[in-house]
Design a protein around this ligand. Structure first.
Ligand SMILES: Cc1ncc(COP(=O)(O)O)c(C=O)c1O
Length: 394
């Protein structure tokens, strides 16, 4: 007899990722994928990473292959204090925790905060893997709509009139999947609400550095700090999109009240993040190649994004609308009429192009006419061909 009923209730309820099933065929030869949320491997700084690897082997061999501190490599955290400062975030080494990517940061934070029944608010649509983390807790998920200016904070305020919430999870800059950026006004309002209604803001910022122009929104962390609030916002970011995701190096900037406990949760999870890749990132940052590398990525993604937008406008304007992304990796689009993009995927697959149907990014009230395109990995020729194929699948 199967012992599967021995699995914990919340684990038994887990479903395999529907996207994975749908996209199983996306690796078939000839298929152009606009689906994956992965950065372009062609842009990885091979030379810089090789140099940094060499210098780790020569200069930090002991640290790189030994157990390390749960909070993370001190040299890396010292450098991160500077990197955060350049992003407007004032912090110190002891407030920084190095994680295995920001995915782990989100897991540690949510597990540290969630009691059964606690309400976590996400955007509609939101980052799928955070919904997965939340489904592993016994927290309740509520969603708030978003538009071209990001989360509709007035909707959150309305929800707060009836509901006590524990935390808001938000990707405020070049969001995944929406590509949108929360306006300055909404940032201020969100931070004020957090203080007034005593909830935590989990600010997830993997894409903020990948801006297509010089305009910068202040992080929620900085916005709060400028209002004298040093408690409400916890910030996480990662080297995945600006250097390489395989390193699995991300970080959290913790408010003081979370600092010790989240480190204990991290310790119970995996003792510490990978020593070798932490040393490698520290060595890489010393070479001062990160800023030029980010500039390269920004320019390349900008051109790809402009190309995809242009082709979509030229070929599919009567069917599909979208907000022009100002940074990041994603273009979020919707059909101008009722449409089921999950069903359509079968047809586009036959024509040799895949995307992610929007419905998977909703915790509730899924909008089936939405879809997410990633322009990061395809070439301009492939983007052009992909749009032609989408048109022929209609
Ligand atoms: C919004 C968002 N948060 C977190 C992550 C996780 O990134 P990583 O764990 O590679 O740092 C991703 C990756 O796609 C993401 O899009």
């Amino acid at each position: 007899m199967s012992k599967s009923n021995h699995l914990a209730d919340r684990i038994q309820q887990l479903q395999p990722s529907a996207i994975r099933e749908l996209l199983k065929h996306s690796k078939m030869p000839g298929v152009i994928s606009l689906a994956g949320g992965i950065p372009s491997g062609e842009l990885f700084d091979k030379e810089g990473l090789a140099q940094a690897t060499q210098s780790v082997l020569e200069e930090s061999f002991g640290d790189a292959f030994q157990y390390g501190l749960t909070e993370g490599n001190v040299e890396l955290r010292e450098q991160l204090v500077g990197l955060c400062k350049a992003r407007g975030i004032t912090t110190s080494v002891d407030r920084l925790l190095i994680t295995s990517g920001s995915q782990q940061a989100l897991d540690l934070l949510i597990r540290s905060l969630a009691n059964p029944g606690d309400v976590f608010v996400v955007e509609r649509p939101t980052y799928l893997a955070t919904l997965q983390i939340l489904s592993l807790t016994e927290a309740t998920v509520q969603s708030v709509g978003s538009d071209a200016d990001g989360m509709i904070v007035d909707e959150l305020e309305a929800l707060l009139a009836t509901t006590r919430i524990k935390a808001v999870y938000i990707v405020p800059t070049f969001g995944n999947p929406s590509g949108t950026t929360l306006s300055a006004e909404r940032r201020q309002k969100l931070v004020k609400l957090a203080a007034k209604h005593d909830f935590v803001i989990i600010e997830d910022d993997p894409y903020g550095a990948i801006s297509f122009n010089e305009e910068r929104q202040k992080t929620l962390f900085q916005t709060a700090a400028e209002m004298g609030d040093h408690e409400s916002v916890v910030y996480t970011s990662t080297f995945s999109k600006i250097l390489a995701p395989g390193l699995r190096v991300g970080w959290i900037v913790l408010p003081e009240w979370m600092q010790q406990k989240v480190a204990i949760v991290k310790q119970a999870t995996d003792l510490h993040a990978n020593s070798f890749t932490q040393s490698l990132v520290a060595a890489y940052l010393k070479t001062e190649r990160l800023d030029p590398q980010i500039a390269l990525i920004r320019e390349a993604y900008k051109q790809k994004c402009l190309a995809l937008s242009k082709f979509l406008k030229a070929e599919l304007d009567e069917h599909i609308s979208f907000n022009q992304p100002q940074g990041g990796m994603f273009l979020w689009a919707q059909f101008r009429y009722e449409f089921d993009t999950t069903q359509w995927l079968q047809q586009t697959l036959e024509k040799g192009v895949v995307y992610v149907p929007g419905e998977f990014f909703f915790s509730d009230r899924a909008d089936k006419k939405t879809l997410r395109f990633s322009y990061a990995t395809a070439t301009e020729e492939q983007l052009f061909e992909a749009v032609k194929r989408l048109k022929s699948a209609l």
